[in-house]
Design a protein around this ligand. Sequence first.
Ligand code: DC
Length: 227
Amino acid sequence: MTSTSRDIPVITIDGPSASGKGTVAERVAVALGFHFLDSGALYRLTALSAMKHRVALDDEARVAELAAKLPASFHDGAVWLTDEDVTEAIRAETVGEGASKVAALPAVRTALLDRQRAYRQAPGLVADGRDMGTVVFADAVAKVFLTASAEARAERRYKQLIGKGNSANLPALVADMQARDARDTARAVAPLKPAPDALFLDTTQMDIESAVQAVLAHYASSRTGNK
Ligand code: DC
């Protein structure tokens, strides 16, 4: 990383799946006019790419090779793999499961590092994921760990799925959520855990707007050194 890019402010928002961090991160980015990185999308794209190429999700070398050469782009409000719009496809539960598996492979994480850091562009970046504050942008000016109970997160996912006309089973979603949390937390490399200097935000009882305001206030106080 150049000394110039180190001067570009980064706000990291890490947390478990369906904690609302993606929505909060995107709104904070819009409020500040910053760039936005949804790092989970890169892991989802890697899993989808492996599935399309019929590469086993535990074949570390081959999945890492796909991750390094991922023909992914984000434009026109959509996510693309080569010239295919995969915006919806990467949100499927099976792809989320696959992403959690490939994300546990150290070579895959390494293959995606530079790509994530390249999003650090002026005037600033809001990055959401699991290890944004602990690994990828360890020097971020403001770090947040955003979470909610597994039940609250499963309920949010349930409402999203039903809202899109899909069928959903709440107890199964709670179980999936707990299994994914366990895998993301227990893995050896870059496990899901709050950075020691992160603001811990439990949104179980909080709406999105309050969470956005809390992150903006944390960033403002971090900049003035008034933590
Ligand atoms: O945030 P998400 O649900 O889109 O992430 C999908 C999976 O990718 C999740 O199970 C964990 C993994 N992930 C990761 O390991 N590190 C990141 N920075 C982002 C996501």
